[in-house]
Design a protein around this ligand. Structure first.
Ligand SMILES: Nc1ncnc2c1ncn2[C@@H]1O[C@H](COP(=O)(O)OP(=O)(O)OP(=O)(O)O)[C@@H](O)[C@H]1O
Ligand SMILES: O=c1ccn([C@@H]2O[C@H](COP(=O)(O)O)[C@@H](O)[C@H]2O)c(=O)[nH]1
Length: 228
């Protein structure tokens, strides 16, 4: 996959360090044709796991912001590879222009021929600036699934996953930083959408199937039903 160029393409011209005022006043994708649902929760809360079920039953295209960043990080000649690597290891949020551009490109590549699409965006937005910028310039979301999980449960899951994941951030030191970032930077995003009554809050302890039942029930209350 070619490395991203933030200053070219058919999407809005995005400068490496723009202020929010440079955001387009209208979104690239029409929310009447494109459905966006975010899935958020702390590191290890089960976003990826639940996403697989949602893809199977609801026909979502799953876009993981973390996966897109890791892919870009590993892309030969990427201008942002080292930067992404450093941010991920430190559990910090990569500058939004990079993540938003990666998501926008992935959405465009996965639109149906009639311009419609149904996207489950996993692990994004993680910071208020990303949320505002994406909603204004790419596509407003329908709702956010929030997987509510205690830190001790997430920590245990991540350390267990770390035995085989090969992820540079599934270790004690990075996990502590990721939790801090989640509480200080990402929770305000969930709170913001909750104020707009756009959050499906699901307790994320217990079995995967049990959590999924909570997700399905919550989505039904927002008028989102399985497609298959
Ligand atoms: N309900 C559950 N019970 C037990 N283990 C679970 C549950 N849900 C997920 N896991 C396991 O916990 C680990 C983390 O899950 P997952 O990768 O889905 O989390 P995540 O929120 O996507 O994490 P990250 O934000 O770090 O990418 C995985 O090893 C997964 O198999
Ligand atoms: O919007 C985002 C999403 C993720 N990141 C960085 O990636 C890692 C890993 O994300 P996962 O969702 O756990 O796979 C995260 O800790 C951030 O460093 C980001 O910067 N912006």
């Amino acid at each position: 996959m070619p490395a991203i160029d933030l200053t070219t393409g058919t999407s809005p011209l995005v400068q490496p360090e723009p202020s929010l005022s440079s955001a387009n006043t209208f979104p690239v994708f029409d929310p009447q044709k494109v459905t966006v649902v975010y899935i958020l929760g702390g590191p290890g809360s089960g976003k990826g796991t639940q996403s697989a079920y949602l893809v199977r039953d609801y026909g979502f295209v799953h876009l993981s912001a973390g996966d897109l960043l890791r892919q870009e990080q590993d892309t030969k000649d990427s201008k942002y590879g080292q930067l992404i690597k450093d941010y991920i290891k430190d559990g910090k949020i990569v500058p939004m222009e990079i993540t938003v551009k990666l998501l926008e490109n992935a959405m465009r590549a996965n639109l149906d021929s009639d311009g419609t699409g149904k996207f489950l965006i996993d692990g994004f937005p993680r910071k208020m600036d990303q949320a505002m910028f994406f909603e204004q310039s790419v596509c407003p979301s329908r709702c956010t699934i929030f997987l509510d999980c205690p830190e001790d449960v997430m920590r245990e899951r991540l350390l267990d996953r770390g035995k085989t994941s090969g992820r540079a951030d599934d270790n004690e030191e990075s996990i502590i930083k990721r939790f801090k970032t989640f509480v200080e930077t990402s929770m305000p995003v969930v709170d913001h959408f909750a104020e707009e009554d756009k959050v499906v809050r699901v307790p994320a302890v217990g079995t995967v199937q049990g959590v999924y039942e909570g997700v399905v029930e919550g989505l039904a209350k927002k008028g989102i039903a399985p497609s298959k």
